[in-house]
Write a protein that binds this ligand. Structure first.
Ligand code: SF4
Ligand code: SF4
Length: 390
């Protein structure tokens, strides 16, 4: 399918092979009860605390070595006693008292370096799942004319960004103004529209909003755009205006095995088991527990924890998982029609070439394949090979 045909099909709703399943769209955000213990992965970071130490909620507990290319900061959502265990810091205690809300600083009164430093010290990362440090995106080597807040939450089931857009628009508008100040952009847009998967991929958002195509191996900044996730922008407001580090986020909990699906504000470091219990998930009915969405996510265990990049937790039934045995390719062409960039999928799997590097792993081809061929992982392997031989 050519790019033009794909665009027309998308507009007509024909290129929507992946169902949206956004049943929690109207579920207002509620706080999940805080756990007694959070566990914060800190591999590769320098510890700022030691076992037995008492820390206040929101205290810095780990940071990147000064020589690291990208700086990370980890803060504890709970105040209490620290325990250092296997590449993680556990804190046993209680959350901070409620923060003052509704305070907005005037972006014009701030120096751009002040905004970048606040993002860095608050430990803000891409909450869309990438977890790339936001301060580094605010400090680009290329001139940026437009900041886009990506509200096209196209991953099936997920509605948490949509709820943040609906319920915290003032915080987003403030965060957007701060980001524009940081990069010196003239324009800023909150892209607030529901889209079929994978229309929220940032390359499509830049093309749809600005009419600019991003070349292979280039980033939005190479065409003058900065794309930020909705919740990263909210976190930027909260860091600059309220002095709050990144210690919580909104997630969607959904799937056929969830009795109380919804959108929950949850502390980072909360064990997945506590999320499942609070939302009424019976592990015996869940064929798969997935973090990060059914298309781009991965399976998790109950003792894994919510990270900054966890957009949601799905407890899926066997019918939703739909495990099928793999069969040979029947040359039906459905994968090619489903691919949003029109890649010749079966050919690339059989004879990989440089074009495989355009694949961004959305999984739409795999989803529609009647032979249940794991096309996404085959293409990922082919990309690694191609990258190696270049
Ligand atoms: S995973 Fe790659 S080849 Fe498959 S639909 Fe997505 S972009 Fe196209
Ligand atoms: S959808 Fe599956 S069976 Fe059909 S052409 Fe693509 S790889 Fe082959």
């Amino acid at each position: 399918m050519s790019a033009l045909r794909a665009r027309i099909a998308a507009l007509l709703g024909l290129a929507a092979p992946v169902p949206t399943r956004k049943l929690t769209r109207d579920a207002a955000i509620v706080w999940l009860p805080p756990p007694a213990t959070v566990r914060l992965p800190v591999a590769g970071l320098d510890l700022a605390v030691a076992t037995g130490e008492l820390v206040a909620a929101h205290a810095l507990v780990a940071r990147s070595p000064a020589t690291a290319r990208w700086q990370r900061r980890v803060h504890t959502p709970l105040g209490g006693r620290v325990e250092v265990v296997d590449g993680a810091i556990a804190v046993h205690g209680a959350p901070a008292a409620a923060t003052i809300e509704g305070r907005h600083r005037d972006p014009g009164s701030l120096d751009r370096d002040e905004v970048v430093a606040a993002a860095r010290e608050a430990g803000i990362v891409g909450l869309g799942g990438g977890m790339f440090p936001t301060y580094a995106k605010l400090d680009p080597a290329h001139p940026i004319d437009t900041v886009l807040v990506n509200g096209c939450e196209s991953e099936p089931y997920f509605t948490c960004d949509h709820r943040v857009l609906s319920e915290h628009r003032d915080e987003l508008d403030c965060g957007l103004a701060l980001a524009m100040r940081a990069v010196g952009a003239r324009a800023g847009v909150v892209v607030d529209r529901e889209a079929y998967y994978p229309a929220g991929y940032e390359r499509f958002v830049v093309r749809d909003q600005l009419g600019r195509d991003i070349p292979v191996r280039k980033l939005p900044r190479d065409v003058g755009a900065l794309v930020l996730n909705v919740q990263s922008v909210r976190a930027l407001h909260r860091a600059v205006c309220l002095g709050e580090p990144l210690v919580s986020r909104v997630i969607t909990v959904a799937g056929g095995a969830v009795r109380r699906p919804g959108n929950y504000q949850v502390l980072i470091g909360t064990p997945i088991a506590e999320v499942l219990a609070a939302c009424g998930v019976d592990p015996a009915h869940a064929a798969a527990i997935v973090a990060g969405g059914p298309m781009m996510g991965h399976g998790v265990a109950p003792d894994d924890v919510i990270t900054a990049g966890t957009g949601g937790v799905l407890a899926l039934t066997a019918a939703e998982v739909g495990a099928r045995a793999e069969h040979p390719c029947i040359r039906c062409g459905r994968c090619v029609d489903a691919c949003p960039i029109g890649l010749p999928v079966p050919l690339l799997v059989e004879r990989p070439g440089p074009e495989v590097l355009r694949c961004f792993g959305c999984g739409a081809c795999h989803y529609v394949c009647p032979s249940a061929i794991p096309l996404t992982s085959r293409l990922r392997e082919a990309s690694v090979q191609e990258f190696r031989w270049e």
